[in-house]
Design a protein around this ligand. Structure first.
Ligand SMILES: [Zn+2]
Length: 299
């Protein structure tokens, strides 16, 4: 990322189309739209292959790459410029708030696609009941998983996870989550483990709670380099997947799931502020006042 001050941040946003480029006829003035952050350069080999969130010109504005809110102006700018391929029309009956929050599910949905995208009858363990983990629970349910185990430390978030489809809740402060997952799966481990926590130990835990031959999907960003028993993954033939951002139009597809009632965003919105109180909103997030999940700013 370029340093703060060179662009205006905010990568999850929705709004109205107020102006169009000369050739744009996909959208009308006044359309309600939500965005995805990444627009690839459309000239590197990854973009040509469809891997635009892993663009080889990432951050290079001169070559046309934009990641709004990360490298170019995002949702807190008075007006944001979006390429048409980063916009999705918000369906009737879906609010701006919900549309904004659904963008959170773009990354786990892209990761799940990378990890095979089909989990019929499978058991999935999700580490970390933050907004991404809570979306991941719903997404794997929609993709056929029949059993979801959720591990985390904050009781209020674990409870939201239960309401959104987790069958087994494991408080990882009270109990070691690895034996707990093994016990809940008759010693086999989970078919798929999704690390949405990014803690010092969660990558290692993910490997050790996956079934031999199973999969681990890393969605979280880790705060610092972490250690893990990687040989355990090699010995047990575990495949590790990652994702970068909300590739393959995942935001649009998540929005369709939301409109169809297969995904809900409302339980993730814990705080709302008018734009004029943005400092208070950021303070709530930073100090975790009132255990925030998603804090929405409304102009
Ligand atoms: Zn590119």
């Amino acid at each position: 990322m370029p340093p703060y001050g060179e662009f205006i941040f905010g990568h999850e946003y929705a709004g109205d189309v107020v102006a169009r480029g000369r050739t744009v006829d996909e959208f009308q003035i006044g359309d309600r739209v939500v965005v995805e952050a990444h627009m690839g350069c459309r000239r590197c080999e990854n973009c040509i292959r469809g891997l635009y969130t892993a663009c080889l010109n990432y951050g290079n504005r001169a070559r046309g790459h934009r990641a709004n809110g990360f490298t170019t102006n995002g949702g807190l700018a008075e007006y944001a410029v979006n390429h048409v391929n980063t916009l999705y029309r918000v369906p009737d009956g879906v609010s701006y708030e919900e549309a904004t929050v659904v963008m959170t599910s773009g990354s786990p949905l892209f990761g799940l696609e990378n990890a095979g995208g089909y989990f019929a009858g499978e058991t999935v363990a999700v580490l970390g009941p933050g907004p991404i983990g809570l979306m991941a629970i719903q997404l794997v349910r929609a993709l056929g998983a029949t059993r979801v185990l959720l591990t985390g430390t904050r009781a209020s978030r674990l409870e939201v996870g239960r309401k959104l489809g987790a069958d087994v809740i494991i408080d990882s402060r009270a109990t070691d989550p690895v034996p707990a997952v093994l016990e809940a799966t008759q010693g086999k481990g989970a078919d798929l483990v999704i690390d949405c926590a990014g803690g010092d130990e969660t990558f290692d835990q993910s490997i050790r709670m996956a079934k031999p031959g199973g999969k681990v999907l890393l969605v979280a960003f880790y705060h610092r380099p972490v250690t893990a028993d990687v040989s355990c993954a090699v010995r047990r033939n575990i495949t590790i997947y990652t994702e970068r951002g909300e590739g393959r139009t995942s935001v649009g597809r998540a929005l369709a799931l939301l409109a169809a009632g297969r995904l809900t965003a409302k339980p993730l919105i814990t705080h709302r502020f008018p734009l004029g109180r943005i400092h208070e909103a950021i303070d709530v997030l930073e100090k975790r006042t009132g255990d925030p999940l998603k804090v929405v700013l409304n102009p």
